[in-house]
Write a protein that binds this ligand. Sequence first.
Ligand code: TYD
Length: 218
Amino acid sequence: MASGKFITFEGGEGAGKSTQARLLAERLRSVGHGVVETREPGGTKRGEQIRDLLLSGKARQYGPTGEAVLFCAARDDHVRDVIRPALERGEWVVCDRFADSTVAYQGAAGGVRPTLIRALNRVAVGETRPDLTVILDLPADAGLERAQARNTESAGDEGNGEVDRFEGMSGRFHEALRAGFLQIAAGAPDRCIVIDAQEAESAVAEEVWNAVVERLDP
Ligand code: TYD
């Protein structure tokens, strides 16, 4: 059966994942691949509903463990409805955040036990593991500054550029997050590549493309 490749982008706030995911998808299309671009939490109608619950902070009352369960419920739906079918059709999937975000946000930074997160991710992900994970690395304060600038730009007259559930966490949370992502990369060097997100957008895009060429032969 035809099988496409599955690439995920990970990192803290303001690292430029969404932009890099879009640039990579365009480049893959330009060499002739069918590409599905998607994101987490979300990617399906039901997943987007869970996203609203999580990012508005309404799910905060369930605590980090409850939030991890919700992220993984959305992931289960997303993998089954979008990611696995696309890969089976032979398309490439580029996903803005995936299972490593739960390991880093709810686990490393949020304090949920790693064994529990692994179990939840095993249920949600199954065999549909990424072929390549790009971790965009940035000092926590630089990322938060960028995320805040983005919020101000998008605020407009409606004043809707508010800080979401996780952007509003302490500097310590974001430092733990960064360390968490670096630890994930160190533990899975065949799957992960870490790229310095402080470089220019075009330089990061070039590094991403080189990694894809080297590892996945698109
Ligand atoms: P999003 O607006 O997509 O943020 P970003 O641009 O930083 O990717 O919001 C996703 C938020 O949800 C982000 O703060 C990270 C968080 N998150 C988790 O805490 N756990 C998860 O498993 C996932 C997928 C995301």
